[in-house]
Design a protein around this ligand. Structure first.
Ligand SMILES: C[S@@+](CC[C@H](N)C(=O)[O-])C[C@H]1O[C@@H](n2cnc3c(N)ncnc32)[C@H](O)[C@@H]1O
Length: 176
């Protein structure tokens, strides 16, 4: 499977602040192979957290703050990205994953507390990870894993200060 180019857009958050969920969305996106995440409304400390994580564990994953969703989707389409909106009302992931895997460039859209109806029409795919309500962090993780067929688990991160030596017991970490 070829290396995918994946970006993530998290909609909204203006009225209900949940920095912890945002941080988890960023960490999951970074660890599971996305290039960046667009956050419509977030504090700068999300960026500071990511800078610190990159410095220690490598890679150049970043958050782009304050970009309105319409513009992000428009630009994504212009550069040939498929817009995949995660929603429990969409088509079951197991029914569309074959088509999704054949693509190379994605913008994966996840909702916040309120998802504008237009997003459902702008998306190329509306996809459900079960037709039950659950966590956006979990839905994103499963989507990232499924579109990359597990390849993302083998990824290494360049220029890290620390590196883990996987071990069956205990913690082994070396400096690079
Ligand atoms: C906690 S939900 C809130 C959704 C909100 N009530 C709305 O207006 O749709 C936040 C986001 O999690 C994601 N999500 C939740 N359940 C999902 C599911 N079963 N499949 C795919 N995505 C899901 C969607 O992106 C959703 O917008």
């Amino acid at each position: 499977m070829s290396v995918k180019s994946i970006r993530v857009l998290r909609l909204g958050q203006r009225y209900v602040r949940d920095e912890r969920t945002l941080t988890h969305l960023c960490l999951v996106s970074r660890a599971l192979g996305a290039e960046c995440i667009y956050l419509e409304d977030a504090e700068n400390d999300v960026t500071a957290t990511l800078d610190e994580v990159n410095k220690t564990w490598g890679g150049d994953f970043h958050a782009i703050l304050g970009a309105p969703w319409r513009g992000v989707i428009r630009e994504a389409k212009k550069e040939g990205r498929s817009v995949v909106h995660l929603t429990m009302y969409g088509m079951p992931i197991q029914d569309v994953i074959h088509d999704l895997r054949s693509l190379e460039k994605y913008l994966i859209v996840i909702g916040g507390p309120k998802v504008p109806g237009k997003v459902y029409h702008e998306a190329d795919f509306n996809v459900a990870v079960t037709s039950q309500p659950h966590s956006e962090v979990a839905a994103l993780a499963i989507m990232l894993h499924e579109v990359q067929g597990g390849e993302e688990l083998k990824r290494t991160f360049s220029q890290s200060r620390l590196r883990i030596l996987p071990s069956a017991r205990g913690k082994r970490v070396v400096e690079n």
